[in-house]
Design a protein around this ligand. Sequence first.
Ligand code: GRF
Length: 210
Amino acid sequence: MHRIVILVSGRGSNAQAIVQACAADSWPAQVVAVVGNRPGAAAFEMAAGHGIATALVDHTRHASRAAFDAELARVIDGFAPTLVLLAGFMRILTDGFVQHYAGRLLNIHPSLLPAFAGLHTHRRAIEAGCKLAGATVHIVTPTLDHGPILAQAVVPVMAGDTPQALSDRVLAAEHQLYPLAVGWWVRGQLQVDGGVVRHTGGAAQLLLLA
Ligand code: GRF
């Protein structure tokens, strides 16, 4: 049984999609905690509603990034996770933290990486005239929004899209993509070969929603 800890900063809609898929699809896994860095994050309420433990590690109460990450790791490790998921966790993590969870730390990013790492992905995609946008689930490495890709979802950028409209379309895709990729992970269906992740059963690692 995998023990999953989900890190959040706000709304937690991706965390909710994971929690629901874990139960509905009988993953060999349990979401053991939702850990966040912002008091009052909606994700805490969602987790509590599902009977999942929550913990707050408030970054504003730590003098340095390293001190925050050390406390965050201490709290996470208290739940003895085998897998840690970033789901809208809006803090840059130190190399030490990432190394500590090497190979068991995943992230979802709202762009087709390696394009548009970092913030404001939807505005940047529209301004660049992209016709496609999407989301990526990847293994976290010390480089921000970089690492072996488990799966990607592609959606169209429509003429006249606002960043919000595109964000809504990508978020709906994220809610399919993240559970799909994590489901493969907990069932042991993925093989990491250097920088490339393959589904051992040949499942399509691309969700074409365009
Ligand atoms: C998602 O778009 C995620 O990809 C990004 O932040 C957003 C979080 O949304 N990193 P939510 O908190 O999961 O609803």
